[in-house]
Every structure is written in C-alpha cells, then in structure tokens.
Ligand binder design. Sequence first.
Ligand code: PBG
Length: 329
Amino acid sequence: MGFPVKRPRRLRTSASIRRLVRETAVAPSDLILPLFFNEAIDAPKPVQTMPGVSQLPVSQAAAVAREAHARGLGGVILFGLPKTKDDKGSSALDAKGPVPRAVAAMKDAVPDLVVMTDVCVDEYTDHGHCGLLRKKKNGEIEVDNDRTIEVLAKMALIHAKAGADVVAPSDMMDGRVRAIRTELDREGFDGTAILSYAVKYASSFYGPFREAADCAPKFGDRAGYQMDPGNAREALREARLDEDEGADMLMVKPALAYLDVIRAVRESSTLPLFAYNVSGEYSMLQAAAAANMIDLDRAILEVLVSIRRAGADAILTYHAHRAAELLDA
Ligand code: PBG
C-alpha cells in the first residue's frame, strides 16, 4: 500500500477553509483610485475608451472624496486637464489649476483621505511630451531633462501647498526625485511623501489614458524617457536610484505584463511598492466582458490578487470602487 495519497484538495473543500489558507488577499485599503479633473467642464464627461470612467469637474471633488472614503479605499491620485496648454506646460504651475483646487477641496471635505497627485507636464504641454523640449546640435528635438526637473519640483510644491499628502512624479526624468525632495524640504514641506513612478515602461497599455487625460504626444513617442519592455535589471537600477534620491515609495507601471518586475523590485527594496493597473488593462477587461468573453467581477479580483501576489503592497486601479464593493460583500 505504501504512503497514503497526498490530498491537497482537503484544503479546498469549503469556502471557509479556502479563506483560512489563502496566502494573499486584497483589501479596499490596498486600492488607489485615479481621478481626472477637467477645468473646462461642469458635468462629468465620459471617457469613450474607458467605459465607466469620466473626467470630472472640480466642483465634484469633495463628493468623490467622501465616496472614496466611505468605500474604505486606500487613497486617490489626481490628474489635471487644464484649459490652456503651451510648449512649456506653464499651466502646470498654476496654483489655481484643476489639481491644486481639487486637492484642497478633497482634503477640506475629508482630511483623513490620502490624496496623491501625479506630477508630470504631459497634460499641460501642447506637444504632449513629459518635459520641455530642446533642439540637439543635429537638429533633432529631445526632452530637456534638467530644465524639466526644475518645473516638476515647482509643480510638486504647488500640490504640496494645496494639501497633497503624496506627490507622484511619472515623467521618468533623471534626478527628479532629488529635485522634488530638495524643493519640498526647502519650503517646509518635509512631511509630504514622494511616490516615485520609478519603473515605468514605454507601454501600449497607456492608450486609453491618453484620451482620458488628453496627453497623447503630438509627435514621436516616449521611448526616449520611458523604459524598454525588454529590461528587468534596469528596473532595479531605476528603483535603487530613486530610493537613494529620497523616494518614500516606489511604483512599477504597467502591472500585468510586468509581474516579474514587481516581484524583482519587491525583493530588492524594503520600501512600500505600488503597481499601476493602467488604463489599457482596465479597458481590456471591460471590452472582454462587454463581448461576454469573461466574467468582469471575477476577472477584476483575480487581476488585483495577482498583482498583490507578485509583491505590490497597493494598486492604482480604475476598478477600485467595484473591487471594494465586491470585497466588502
Ligand atoms: C504621464 C502618465 C501616463 C499615465 C500615468 N501618468 C501616460 C503616459 O505615460 O503616457 C498612464 C496611466 C494609465 O494608462 O492608466 N503623466
């Protein structure tokens, strides 16, 4: 007869025992909801490429803050759509722009809610790039790293002054974490944390976001500053640099096609690690569900738990409200 048959299925016989032995779970407090505030509208404007997502008027900031808090979400992250754009992204430095105003309204309504802001000029530049441009000697146009990080530092300070708990640079310029930390500290905002989009790939999965935030580059692409999808060791170098420059938290973006990278960064740093379940990952599920190919609710929870299992502590996701509702049920 020998040994009795091993029976792993014993631990799958009831929902309660499955829950007991579950290794990784997702909680509403692990989820961060991205929000788009458009200065030029006074009613929500649906984003065609992201069913269920709308740009919002600043006047709704307090209400959405209360909703996110009531749902028990971990926080929100704000993007702005300004009325005016120019080649320098000047409106990013408008202290009365959509993001500073929305931040102030949210923190006023719900002081407890963690409010983060995306720090990047691509929504504010008329050319749609994540930095200021310059002409190289050979006539080619490139993003000017060092002038850009000066603008980013000022932008982060404006968000901090408005009350943001966390500023999150998403531009992929070199040295921006140090520039932002220095500026915040000099101005007395040493309590404002930095979540660095440390590992951000040049990804096709940002497609729908570029409609949501009206920031598609008008020429060229972002491969000169965002990372090449083939590179994983480079992710560790980027994460290390940002940690050394003073980042409080790190992010990997996108999430689903980069679960191995999330795991690798998790193992190489002790900082809190976030992952961005980006617009294209959201819209893929929405489209597949609309075509009756998958069960949306199950897919949402499976995707989120897989990102947590890979090693992310928290997840930025457009599914945050629905996921929290399912998790609370
Ligand atoms: C840049 C930024 C982008 C996203 C977040 N911040 C777009 C890009 O780099 O092209 C994408 C987020 C998403 O796709 O959900 N400010």
